[in-house]
Design a binder for this molecule. Structure first.
Ligand code: ADP
Length: 504
């Protein structure tokens, strides 16, 4: 079977017509299309026009000799890949070496054997065909590669061992402002993309020369126009030496981060605001209690004052001791009234002071003092049962008071609704590495429709209730890395437990 070489052309060049004829005869019928030229000029002309796969080129010709023809062919990109086999009576090795050095693929001595010429022509045409196919495939692969590189969002820059740019995709050009055509072949450091960052420049040298990878989540790149842009950067060494740099424009991402941060801050402000409103509302409710409670000591103060007045009118010596006693009672009652008002004031007005290391038991003692008025008015005692030597927690004291007071007041209210006066039990303990405080009551317990969305805002069963106490408490607890949970009291009533992580 005839190999597929019908379309390949072979150009025969010899100034001697007889030689040309012999060559013609030799290759005739071999399947190649044959062209002929009788001098150098004609050979160059035909080679350029017909682009043969191979030229059998006589060396010694009048005018332009075969070596010169070959040199000219190789110098012209259009004809450089044509395989040239020299034919010459010059058989000294110097001529052969010269012929091969200037780009010839083979050298056949004259007089030649026809079989040998045919065999060599076939071999070189085959090699030539494979080389052309390989070159085509290479170009295709390079195109494909470039298309892929240009399609990705990241800028990709190839560097050789000395830090010179070997390739650059479209996105890299867009990020840096440097066109690939201006950058390829230049030293990466010459683009001066990271001025004033000596350690980074050092990292690039280490990457290209030492194969040490690098990664920066956020660096400022100075583009060709002097514009500064944020980028993420990574450099990976290549097995064959040099490295690949990947640049990602993170300005959009940073904008999103910034917006997110602002939204978070806004949420935090709103939460503080809500907590404050809730405190004011609790405070408002308690104000009525205070008015009642403050009234009693003040009445006492007035009465004692009257007594003192009377005693003063007829001041016999022996009554001085009694007088002292009455006056000190006045002082005690007045101080008590002042203390109640003072506590209320500080609770309602005090802004959150931020977190500090706290002993939860101490905070609860203060909360109980605040709840004392309600406790007495409703005749529902509060029992405090604290665990000894609890680890400290890291919390905002005012917010913690708020959560505890809210739970205790809800508990007392629920107990009062049942018409009995079982004590509300407040306790602290350590469980599974978390610090807890728990408020347990023996009241009516939770209505099923309330239980379902207990910690959602505006859920209330109380007339005039705001229904935000528990939702605020939940967000306060979660902001502390803890949580608040409800469970029914098996003996009737409700149990709310708040957990805090231990301060390390
Ligand atoms: P508010 O007290 O203003 O209603 P909260 O968020 O503090 O708001 O409570 C929401 C609802 O949960 C209350 O209206 C009540 O129905 C129920 N609740 C809370 N604590 C208890 C409790 N200890 N016993 C029974 N019901 C409770």
């Amino acid at each position: 079977m005839m190999p597929d070489r019908g379309s390949e052309q072979v150009l025969l060049v010899d100034d001697n017509p007889t030689n040309l004829q012999v060559l013609f005869k030799t290759l005739e019928g071999s399947g190649y299309r044959l062209l002929a030229a009788r001098d150098g000029e004609a050979a160059l002309y035909t080679a350029k026009r017909a682009r043969p796969a191979l030229i059998l080129l006589d060396v010694m010709m009048p005018g332009m000799d075969g070596f010169e023809v070959c040199e000219r062919l190789k110098a012209d990109p259009e004809t450089a890949d044509i395989a040239v086999i020299f034919l010459s009576a010059l058989t000294d090795s110097q001529s052969k070496v010269h012929g091969l050095a200037i780009g010839g693929v083979d050298y056949i001595a004259k007089p030649f054997q026809t079989d040998e010429v045919l065999a060599r022509v076939r071999t070189h045409i085959k090699i030539q065909r494979l080389e052309r196919a390989l070159a085509r495939r290479n170009t295709e692969l390079e195109d494909e590669n470039q298309q892929i590189l240009n399609a990705v969002d990241e800028g990709i820059v190839g560097l050789d061992v000395t830090g010179r740019i070997t390739s650059m995709n479209a996105q890299a050009a867009a990020i840096t402002g440097w066109a690939a055509a201006d950058s390829i072949g230049e030293l990466f450091s010459q683009l001066n993309l990271f001025p004033n960052d000596a350690p980074l420049s050092q990292s690039f040298s280490l990457l290209c020369e030492g194969g040490v990878g690098l990664r920066k989540d956020h660096v400022s790149i100075s583009t060709r126009s002097g514009h500064v842009a944020p980028v993420a950067l990574s450099g990976s060494p290549r097995k064959e030496g040099g490295a690949v740099l990947v640049l990602r424009d993170i300005s959009e991402w940073l904008k999103d981060q910034f917006a997110l941060e602002q939204a978070r801050e806004e949420m935090d402000t709103q939460r503080q605001h809500l907590a404050h409103i809730e405190r004011l509302s609790t405070g408002g409710e308690m104000a009525a209690g205070i008015a009642h409670e403050v009234n009693q000591p003040l009445t006492a103060v007035t009465n004692y004052a009257r007594v003192a007045q009377r005693l003063l009118a007829d001041l016999p010596e022996d009554r001085r001791q009694k007088m002292d006693e009455v006056l000190s009672k006045i002082a005690v009652q007045a101080e008590r009234a002042a203390a109640v008002i003072q506590r209320m004031r500080s609770y309602v007005k005090k802004p959150s002071g931020g977190r500090e290391v706290l002993q939860i038991n101490e905070v609860l003692v203060d909360v109980l003092a605040l709840a004392e008025v309600d406790s007495r008015v409703n005749a529902i005692p509060i029992e405090l049962d604290v665990a000894e030597s609890l680890p400290k927690i890291f919390a905002d004291e005012v917010q913690l008071q708020q959560v505890a007071l809210n739970l205790i007041r809800n508990a007392m209210e629920s107990t009062a609704n049942t018409g009995q006066s079982h004590a509300v039990e407040v306790s602290t303990y350590l469980d599974a590495g978390m610090v807890y405080f728990r408020v347990k009551d023996f009241g009516a317990g939770l209505a099923p429709e309330i239980e379902e969305q207990l910690f959602s805002p505006f859920v209330t069963s109380k007339e005039g209730g705001m229904g935000i106490g528990l939702s605020v408490s939940k967000s306060i607890m979660q902001a502390h890395g803890g949580d608040i949970r409800y469970q029914p009291n098996p003996d009737g009533g409700a149990i709310f437990s708040c957990e805090f992580p231990v301060h390390q």
